[in-house]
Design a protein around this ligand. Structure first.
Ligand SMILES: CC1=C(/C=C/C(C)=C/C=C/C(C)=C/C=O)C(C)(C)CCC1
Length: 356
């Protein structure tokens, strides 16, 4: 066993096992359900897809994002918490500025953020839950992250090109109507290149993993999950697929990861406003938890309201539900960029995807 693998493992049925099994089962059920609908010739109306997306991304995914920060920032020095928040806000400002200056580049970055969050988050969950002995080098772990995260955006680009392009257009139209079609080029060729490139990466990831497998079951679990993700994003219409992936896969697996590694964290003392979460008095803890939730939700919706107010066309010229999906996808990507960069990559000591 290499040094990458000295961490607690979740045993199905114990810490981490239930959400891990549940997230796999839910994806299988969605694949079967949507495949059956397609065979029966039933098309899910776009407004229903948009409703599912908003439910998944606003009501279910957002609270988990807040929880990830709170659990990372608890028991950290006050100076660290202050730096974290400042760099976070600065990155939000820069990314929002990019959308105004160059909306197509902004869209490309938003798509990359979704890939990075899904991919690197998943590799860390895998490390904690069943090990990554078959991923022996940093480039191989990056490839694993690119393939798992790429499933979230590149597979839908290939399998749902019309819807993907239509929503991308609305997202760009929020800032500069018509800017995407000016640079879109030949979509058929792009689809072929993306599909070809992704297939090579997928094959490379599976072949390398098989070759380097130590026979501990990690490679098989990784391969099965990777193919499950590819099947899910190919079979489930993109708006529903992305809208349910983040709450039901990403969040569930991160909950499983933190349950698996929680007791390896040093019980350091808390600092700043979050210290009340560790008080002895349960009433103070309840009050502090309530306060953190309210403060987090006011900050998040305050930022969303600010973006809405300064956007030239917040719904991108589309109808209400489609426009809200586009607006929320831009907003959540802006907030998720520092989530990944500040919360995980710059925080070398612990980070939101902590695995000892
Ligand atoms: C481009 C595009 C989309 C982009 C969604 C994005 C970019 C979501 C980002 C989510 C994040 C970062 C969540 C973090 O928790 C849609 C709406 C699926 C529709 C198809 C076209």
């Amino acid at each position: 066993m290499n040094t990458e693998s000295r961490f607690a493992r979740a045993v199905p049925g114990t810490a981490g096992g239930v959400p891990l099994t549940a997230s796999r089962t839910v994806l299988v059920a969605l694949i079967v359900g949507f495949a059956a609908l397609r065979v029966a010739g039933v098309r899910v109306p776009l407004r229903v897809q948009a409703g599912v997306y908003l439910l998944g991304m606003v009501a279910m995914n957002l609270p988990h994002g807040g929880y990830e920060h709170v659990s990372n920032l608890r028991r950290r020095a006050l100076s660290f918490q202050g730096r974290y928040v400042l760099v976070y806000l600065a990155m939000i400002g820069l990314f929002a500025g990019l959308f105004f200056a160059a909306p197509v580049a902004g869209l490309a970055l938003a798509v990359s953020v979704a890939v990075a969050k899904g991919g690197f988050g998943d590799v860390q969950a895998m490390r904690a839950l069943y090990g990554t002995d078959h991923l022996r080098s940093r480039p191989q772990r990056w490839l694993a992250a690119a393939v798992r995260g790429g499933a979230v955006m590149i597979v839908p680009m290939v399998f749902w090109p019309g819807t993907f392009y239509a929503f991308s257009t609305v997202m760009v139209n929020i800032f500069e109507p018509g800017a995407l079609s000016a640079v879109a080029g030949d979509l058929g060729t792009r689809r072929l290149v993306l599909g070809g490139g992704y297939s090579v990466a997928l094959f490379g990831h599976l072949a390398l993993g098989y070759h380097r497998s130590t026979g501990d079951g990690a490679f098989l679990a990784d391969a099965a999950e990777t193919l499950l993700l590819v099947a899910y994003f190919a079979a489930v219409p993109v708006v529903v697929a992305v809208g349910l992936y983040f709450p039901l896969w990403y969040s569930a697996r991160q909950v499983a990861r933190s349950a698996a590694v929680d007791d390896t964290l040093e019980p350091a003392s808390s600092a700043g406003p979050l210290s009340a979460l560790d008080a002895d008095d349960p009433e103070r803890v309840a009050l502090a938890s309530w306060g953190v939730l309210i403060a987090g939700s006011l900050a998040t919706f305050g930022l969303a309201a600010a973006l809405w107010t300064i956007s030239p066309q917040p719904l991108g010229g589309a109808g209400l539900l489609t426009g809200l999906v586009a607006f929320w996808s831009i907003f959540i990507s802006i907030v998720a960029l520092p989530h990944v960069v500040v919360g995980a990559w710059l925080d070398r000591e612990r980070g939101i995807w902590y695995v000892p």
